[in-house]
Design a protein around this ligand. Structure first.
Ligand SMILES: [Zn+2]
Length: 208
């Protein structure tokens, strides 16, 4: 068995790969160990999924739709209480109705609560999360796309092999794993000829 991203032998890999991360609520669409090798699995989780999931925009979506993390925690939403200049957190608890508001970390909570008790109205400001960059989104979608392809071929080892061998998919693999392409020049018959060669085709160094 070979990894659909780096093509190395992945027979001894142990981790399953969630096509859509578990933190977005996916427990059904999973690739068995080895379709994505352990090294690529770690790399993708750290460099492709995390920047996407950590973006404020996605955090907000998770809060609004109440999507809990693997640890059953819905990410809090940050905000600001205008009258007291206090950073606040909005909290939702998985399976419970309603939203709680509390003072953010490193904030004098009792001062804030006392000021709330003595005021009749106030304003909470909730900033709109900036969308993740095109690069972050496109690498994430590239990863999902290649994994969906493999998922559809799970019952057919020949098609899985074809997915691994297909050179047409190499650019996509390299983009997801950010393989650097080195350029070099040499002189041939008096002409400068541009040579392209791919370094770290197997990506070991980048993933480590
Ligand atoms: Zn791999």
């Amino acid at each position: 068995m070979r990894c659909i991203f780096c093509k190395v032998d992945s027979s001894s890999s142990r981790s399953v790969e969630h096509i859509i991360p578990e933190s977005l609520g996916n427990i059904d669409h999973v690739l068995p160990p080895g379709i994505v090798c352990d090294k690529c699995n770690n790399y993708i989780s750290r460099e492709v999924e995390k920047p996407f999931l950590d973006s404020r925009y996605i955090q907000e979506r998770r809060f609004n739709f109440g999507i809990p993390s693997k640890k059953k925690r819905i990410p809090p939403m940050e905000g600001f209480h205008l009258q007291t200049s206090t950073l606040i957190h909005l909290l939702k608890v998985d399976g419970e109705e309603g939203i709680s508001v509390c003072a953010g970390p490193n904030t004098d909570e009792s001062r804030w609560v006392n000021s709330l008790l003595s005021s009749k109205a106030g304003t909470l400001i909730l900033p709109i999360g900036e969308k993740p960059s095109d690069k972050v989104v496109s690498r994430f979608i590239g990863k999902v796309g290649l994994e969906v392809l493999a998922h559809r071929a799970l019952d057919d080892p020949e098609i899985l092999d074809e997915i691994v061998n297909k050179t047409e998919l190499d650019q996509l693999r390299d983009y997801v794993r950010m393989v650097t392409v080195s350029r070099n020049t040499r002189s041939v018959n008096g002409h400068r000829e541009m040579l392209f060669f791919e370094r770290n085709r197997r990506l070991n160094r980048i993933i480590e």
